[in-house]
Write a protein of this length. Structure first.
Ligand code: FAD
Length: 313
């Protein structure tokens, strides 16, 4: 069975949930092999094996880790040449998409970005034009290189050996043109990462700047907190939490919009959520056109009651 290379998304050995999703998808296409770049493989190996990784190609050297994505392209291009994989799956984050684009040019292979589903073939599904069209695509030339959005597959375990294979980390001088000079870990909010969370609760201008009920409901559900552009532009919430066309694209199992009107630019970032719930005091608000469940009411009354109900279990 052909290998399917999965680029592992991790922070010093702590494997992100998206990798388990990509390994689950990879099993539909062939035999998953993880590609682990950086340190901490001893912490990650168990997780990668639990989700079906037969091999783990490890590249851990300052030649790779002290630079931006270009050296990783050298590593992956070399692995593609040696293993002729059925596909390469890469997380759809900014670094992943840059890497995928460079890799597809290097290998003269077709590239598909932001897949929300990948099935045997591989055939991919994408949600385009602010979620108003769903397209099905497949690569017609070379090795399919596919970036996959978070929450695109329910995670399923399938134990495999996760045999470590050290790879050659000699990279070209051209790949070392941009060096990382400093990096600081993001301040921990204690909440899940917005783009990976299974549940997102977002607040808009309707909060009037008071995000406490939004945060309390999110915490009761173990959710991430998002915001509309109106809320972040007003300085009520950090720009990194903006959901939408010019913010983050989220696709959780459940998206709750509180005090958000549902402008097209906001929808563009959350329309592919599996279940959408809105709380808005205006029954004419456009957000109600796309919800699975809508509450016409004041968020300051509705959210605390919902929080209490969740806490009661
Ligand atoms: C190029 C461009 C890019 C953009 N990108 C983005 C983007 O990425 N993300 C984004 O969000 N927007 C984006 N916008 C802005 C977008 O067009 C809207 O202006 C914005 O989404 C509105 O935010 P809002 O829904 O919070 O505010 P509003 O549209 O003002 O809606 C507030 C809602 O809250 C309701 N409300 C008020 N009080 C309460 C209450 N107490 N309880 C319940 N409901 C209440 C109101 O009925 C209203 O529906 C972009 C715009 C442009 C032009």
């Amino acid at each position: 069975m052909a290998e399917v290379l999965v680029l592992v998304d991790h922070a010093n050995g702590e494997v992100r949930k998206t990798t388990a999703e990509l390994l689950t998808i990879a099993r539909r296409l062939g035999e998953p092999s993880a590609v682990y770049i950086g340190s901490g493989i001893e912490d990650a190996q168990g997780v990668l094996g639990r989700f079906g990784s037969h091999k783990v190609y490890v590249a851990d050297s300052p030649e790779v880790t002290e630079y931006l994505v270009a050296p990783q392209v050298d590593i992956l291009a070399d692995l593609i040449e040696k293993t002729s994989p059925a596909a390469v799956l890469i997380p759809s984050n900014p670094a992943g998409k840059e890497l995928a684009a460079r890799l597809s040019i290097r290998c003269e292979s077709g590239l598909i970005t932001d897949a929300v589903d990948v099935q045997a073939g591989p055939t991919t599904t994408q949600s385009v034009f602010a979620g108003s069209y769903t397209t099905t695509s497949s690569v017609t030339k070379g090795t399919p290189i596919i970036t996959v959005k978070p929450n695109s597959a329910p995670i399923e375990g399938s134990p495999a050996p996760a045999e470590i294979v050290k790879v050659d980390t000699a990279v070209s001088d051209a790949a070392k043109a941009a060096k990382i000079t400093d990096s600081k870990p993001k301040e921990q909010s204690g909440r899940p990462e917005l783009t990976e969370a299974a549940i997102v609760v977002s607040g808009g201008r309707g909060t009037g700047g008071d995000f406490a009920p939004v945060e309390e409901f999110a915490d009761a559900l173990g959710a991430a907190v998002g915001a509309s552009r109106a809320a972040v532009d007003a300085g009520w919430y950090p720009h990194t939490s903006q959901v939408g066309q010019t913010g983050k694209q989220v696709s959780p199992q459940l998206y709750v919009a509180a005090g958000i009107s549902g402008a097209i630019q906001h929808r563009a970032g959350m329309q592919t959520s599996k279940t959408i719930v809105a709380i808005n005091k205006d029954e004419e608000a456009p957000i109600f056109e796309l919800v699975d469940f809508g509450v016409v009411g004041d968020l300051f009354q509705v959210l605390p009651q919902a929080t209490e109900a969740v806490k009661r279990g």
